[in-house]
Design a protein. Sequence first.
Lengths: 479, 452
Amino acid sequence: MNYSIIRYILGWVLTLESIFMLLPCVVAVIYQESAGYSFLIVALICFVLGTLIIRKKPKNQVYFAREGFVTVALSWIVMSFFGALPFVINGDIPNVINALFEVISGFTTTGASILTDVEALNRCSLFWRSFTHWIGGMGVFVFLLAILPMAGGYNMHLMRAESPGPSVGKLVPRVKDTAKILYLIYIVMTVIEIILLLAAGMPVFDSFTTAFGTAGTGGFGVKNSSMADYSAQIQWIVTIFMILFGVNFNAYYILLGRHKGNVFKMEELRWYFGIIAVSIGIITFNISGMFENIFTSLRHSAFQVASIITTTGFATTDFDQWPQLSKTLLVILMFIGACAGSTGGGIKVSRIVILFKTVKQEMGYFVHPRSVKVIKMDDKALDKDTVRSVSAFLVTYVIIFGVSMTILAFDNLDMTSNFTAIAATFNNIGPGLELVGPTGNFSMFSPLAKCVLMFDMLAGRLELYPVLLLFTPSVWKRK
Amino acid sequence: MRIIIVGCGKVGRTIAEQLSEENHDIAVIDPNGVAIHDVTNNFDVMGVVGNGASYNVQMEAGIENADILVAVTGSDELNLLCCLIAKKAGDCSTIARVRNPMYNKEINFIKEELGLSMTINPEFAAATEISRVLRFPSAIKIDTFAKGKVELLEFIINEDSMLHDISVADVTKKVKSDVLICAVKRGDEVVIPNGSFMLKENDVVSIVASPLNSGSFFRQIGVQTHQVHNAMIVGGGTIAYYLSEILLAMGIDVTIIEKDRERCEQLSELLPNAVIINGDATNQDILIEEGIEHCESFVSLTGIDEGNIFLSLFARNRSKAKIVTKINRISFDDIIHTFNLGSLICPKFITAEYIVRYVRAMQNTIGSNVETLYRIADSDAEALEFKIRENTPLVGIPLEELSLKDHLLIACVSRNRKIIIPNGKTQIAVGDTVIVVTTQKGLQDIKDILKK
């Protein structure tokens, strides 16, 4: 283990966070809130700590996947810890565990809240809550890699640990340029959404926070009713942008004409849009009796489907009241998740597709025991390692899910709430069903259960292994 | 620059490593996923798994915007095909490793017709490096340019040199060798000398010469080159053949010891002037019988690294010869260096080094008509390579009648792979490659060397 490089990168993460934290300070100045001081204090602490750490450059800048994974997981924990401090200091969320839960939920773009009354919060706190979505969506390391004065191919280990998907590739030869392109697309799309929301008549503060929530596929709203009180027009804009942010960002790079490829032939995208269209169709039909006309039910079903599959977690209506079929469909969508290489969470469409193909291959072996069949994706043979790691991912996923379920059962809540609470946090969605439904929240869980859910959120966002590695003793051995 | 490297072996890897550190955008192509994985994990490069000669794979690696494609797979044919497709797909410069001696004889035709910018033959490059080691003491600095065809030798005039206090024009008269003094560094100043320039003590003189002439030049001006007079080569592979050819042409006696009888016969056919010994060189008696104790240089070129190391150790013990050891795998090079085996030669690294040097030279020329640009004499002067196309005003005029700019010199003309060291009567023809040495920076076109 190269400990000094981990320390050095952690220093950079802290410095970066201190800069990000100046934004809520600005908001506090605009709305003349005294709570802004808490952000300024923590920003200063982070800045001093961070710059002190990075003053000493490590001699050995060589590191491998192991260090990359551990650094990313540690950074997310450190970042969440300091991100939670302002809430505790300014008294918006006095309980440390609750504040941590809220911020981890923010950074991991989950959107699950322990707050019973969101509107009571200071504006600057609300802004920070939503802004953590935006940072966590594309990833703090992708940002860091775009500006970090560290050359070398080793940085790919960081990117690989943070970016979602079965196989993380580069858009262009350099990690730095790839990171810049990703963030540029991300920023431009966010700005477009803000402008559209403003044009649709949304208040300035709300459009910013909503855009951050959509871009990171987070789902923290600034209203207790989430998105329900906004106009139909705004809801449609948010629906479309949620779907757009759930798309693999490689597709946008190809659309910009900078890279060879045909977006319409990307297998993952076809599945993604296919699943969305079918789900919207079924649910619209299923809930049509509950609303005055078919357009309203289409709007609500489209919004909820987009919100759940992209793992955003906004809601325009209490889907907990919907018929069983619709609710079941939504729960299934929770697990599928968005595309690889997007800002969304979940298992990812591409993994699901690969898993289905593995099943098909397995069935083929029963029919023709000696047949040889290669699993292909986008017309290219997938290497065995990818297929194997996807299967291993699913197994790990199920194990963590099972263990979390067991621990949550100590709280003696009903099965549906427990199950969907884990599904909603592990897949970084936010609301589940019953107690944790769109109108509920996570405040009734015991501290232990909250810790488990926090672990699930981090594990879900970083795709399991970085967080699991933290608990593997052999990783920490000096070599 | 955007560079695509096809083939992720030792050479491809070394090139990718060096060039990515020099801030080029690198994409590597190899059918072996593991090799790609390894390279992309260690260096900041993009990897594409696939056949490098496939149009689609090249497109995926970004051939449309690429500046250079380097094909260094193990197969000559595949390398050439990669370059051919890249040329059509992306209109970029192409570099291919071509090692088959058969193709090497026709390399000019291949290069011209397939539009290759550079071909490199690892064995030939290694042989050239070895011959250089054998010819000169370390006091003479050697730079190569024009893709290794031309040598630039740098040496200091000391007080007992005959070049002391004579003009450049007289040097050419006194010395009957085809060399050209192209730059003189006196103090901090670099001068491109004309005929009347007086050479002084402590001047650092750069001369351009073809490998054959430089030796005799130094002999005539009285610089001790410690050039060896005989060489014992163990192992009769391709490098040995190329090396013998170079050494024999310079009048150095060559003894080759080779195990395989048939190969010996081939070699004696190819190299009638060399002494070919059929025998196992690991047998000390044979080495002693062939006079290892008195030979002036010993080159171990067998295919087995360990064998080479032991042979060289033995030669070091038994003689005072200059020793050159060929090593294929340099995984333990720092250990091997402690053995004091003389010069270590690794053909793969030399290949990579040549290509990297060429890429650097190309990078210097972006936005101009210069083919390549090399910085010489501690970067104070430039050697520029121009290709002469139709309608160039210089064609067909003897050089003495051209009014060239000051501080500028046409140092050599390459015609059909032959090097001509020009004199006043030389005329430039279409299709030649001309190397201009100058201290004036910023020349864009061959026309710029003329006075306005």
